[in-house]
Write a protein that binds this ligand. Structure first.
Ligand code: FES
Length: 549
């Protein structure tokens, strides 16, 4: 290129702007040139030609795309386009291709992809300018409120899923839903006893009335979304495990009986709700949201998503191919089923260190609350306990307390009830041998699941460029301790990135940028599901992983 190229850029509601490309910039992508001149595009796949985030519409002139020329009118991926010598190009950047929200880290999750500002719900008449994202987990539920005009997160809140009284795992709830009354009661528990109060609390914290809500997006595992919509989930409990629906669904608040607020301040019954798409009976919309939010579909080298919730779901990306499996981890790392377990929240013990000589237990809490006043122990602290307990010799390989080490514990911190030994961590918070056994079951399910999935793909742990470790136990996890405890077998610390609640992160992305929803929908056909119970070695691996390393 010797004479420079003129590029006219049109953006909705703005005057066209023009710039001239320096001839020395020959060979650079159109996306780079646009970014350099103040038009950064939504290059969420890292300019690898794998997404629709950088598409621009050619209104005049031509560009080259590989060996070919693309002449107006045409839509081109700007990351693959190069400008030609002395050309005059007119192009339009649609709103969905303009980057508005960069990758971000907030205290419950990390988002690794940028997105456009193209809200799923347009602000509606009557001041409906707010939207909500819900991650409907089997054990816990998280809600975010966002401002539709700015995309800012206004408030967040979370709590236990009130359906828990029908069973702490999906199988017991599927079983319980066999009667119409129980199915209706579970829908009521999710909608009216869980989401509605959380929504009210989130609105209250944000200082916005529920009447300002223009819509909500909801992710959850396939069973949770069946129960939320009052659809009988029994096909999910028997082979061949065929969901009644798996695609994204648009509903209204009144359609599922969701109400919040009173009189003139109440949520409008016609408020639209978007359920995110899932993949299969045990790889749900929560995982699709997570795969999208981590950006793993755009990774060049193999990568792995490990989502530790009530089920452990694992997704491997290798050469653009996605394989997933689900493993029954149980809710231990979400703080359920353990004597002092709690979610990661202010006042919870989030870190533990243990030494034997001298004997000492140190506890860290979220929010700097004194440890003696801790409200419970969250997943990251249990992981620390497994790692530190094993390292110092307090825990045997089997997870039992070493008898000699037990004698070193000050008498006031040894709690023995019904033949079960528990160690006081701080105040009323304690960890028992039964708790450790429950944690080891969860750890074994995850560890064996990871190994089985990798082996089926013929990939070693060391070949994985990045492990995205997701889960409601959030951003407090010490990765080195998770590896030492055997939760991530065979990985090195530098491979692992803690990404928190990616289901919520993906749901937020779908709210901010409706094109994210299209990409999530397209993922459905790209993921191959591996049934762990049909894999020969899974059972043996599970038993091996019941031990601490
Ligand atoms: S950034 Fe161009 S296709 Fe993804």
């Amino acid at each position: 290129m010797s004479g420079g190229t003129r590029i006219v850029v049109e953006i909705e509601d703005e005057e066209p702007r023009e710039f001239v490309v320096d001839p020395r910039a020959a060979g650079r992508s159109l996306a780079d040139l646009l970014a350099e001149h103040g038009f950064p595009l939504n290059t969420r796949c890292g300019q690898r030609g794998l997404c629709h985030g950088c598409e621009v519409q050619m209104r005049g002139g031509a560009v080259s795309v590989g060996p070919d020329a693309a002449s107006a009118p045409a839509t081109v991926q700007a990351c693959r386009a190069r400008v030609m010598d002395r050309a005059h190009v007119v192009l339009r950047i649609p709103a969905r291709s303009r980057i508005e929200h960069r990758p971000q880290v907030i205290d419950t999750f990390r988002i690794d992809v940028p997105c456009a500002h193209l809200p799923l719900f347009e602000p509606a008449p009557g001041g409906r300018d707010t939207a909500f994202a819900v991650d409907l987990g089997t054990t816990t539920v998280a809600v975010l409120l966002i401002d539709l005009a700015t995309g800012d997160v206004l408030s967040r809140t979370g709590g236990f899923n009130e359906q828990i009284r029908f069973g702490d795992n999906v199988l017991t709830r599927i079983d319980a839903a066999r009667s119409c009354e129980a199915l209706a009661a579970m829908q009521f528990a999710a909608v009216s006893e869980t989401i509605s109060p959380l929504l009210l609390r989130a609105c209250d914290r944000a200082g916005r009335a529920p009447s300002r809500l223009a819509g909500g997006a909801i992710a959850g595992n396939t069973t949770m979304l069946h129960l939320l919509t009052g659809v009988d989930p029994s096909p999910l409990g028997v082979a061949p495990f065929v969901p009644c629906f798996i695609e994204g669904k648009r509903l209204t608040a009144s359609g599922i009986g969701l109400a919040a607020g009173k009189n003139g301040d109440a949520l409008s019954p016609d408020t639209p709700l978007q359920l995110l798409p899932g993949i299969a009976a045990y790889i749900g919309a929560d995982i699709v949201a997570g795969v999208y939010a981590t950006g793993m579909i755009f990774d060049e080298a193999p990568s792995l998503l490990v989502d530790i919730g009530t089920n452990g779901e694992i997704v491997l990306q290798s050469g653009g191919r996605l394989t997933a499996c689900a493993t029954a981890a149980g809710p231990a790392f979400e703080g359920s089923g353990l004597r002092c377990g709690t979610r990661a929240r202010d006042g919870a013990i989030s870190g533990i260190n243990l030494t034997l000589d001298p004997f000492r237990v140190e506890a860290e809490t979220i929010g700097n609350i004194p440890a003696v006043r801790a409200t419970g122990i969250c997943g990251s602290a249990y992981v620390d306990f497994l790692s530190a307990g094993r390292r110092c010799g307090f825990l045997l390989e089997s997870g039992r307390f070493d008898p000699a080490a037990w004698k070193l514990v000050p008498p006031g911190d040894r709690i023995e009830t019904d033949g079960t030994r528990a160690l006081r961590i701080a105040g009323e918070a304690r960890i028992s041998e039964v708790d450790v056994a429950v944690l080891l079951q969860a750890k074994a399910a995850i560890g064996a699941g990871i190994e089985t999935l990798l082996e089926a793909a013929g990939i070693e742990a060391g070949e994985i460029s990045r492990v995205y470790l997701a889960g409601g136990f959030g951003m407090h996890l010490n990765v080195g301790h998770a590896i030492a405890a055997g939760l991530l077998p065979g990985f090195r610390e530098e491979q692992v990135r803690v990404v928190g609640n990616t289901a919520l992160a993906g749901t937020l992305l779908a709210l901010l940028d409706r094109t994210a929803l299209d990409e999530m929908e397209s993922l459905r056909s790209r993921v191959e599901v591996l049934e762990l119970n049909l894999q020969e070695d899974f059972e043996d691996r599970f038993v091996d992983h019941l031990m601490l390393p």
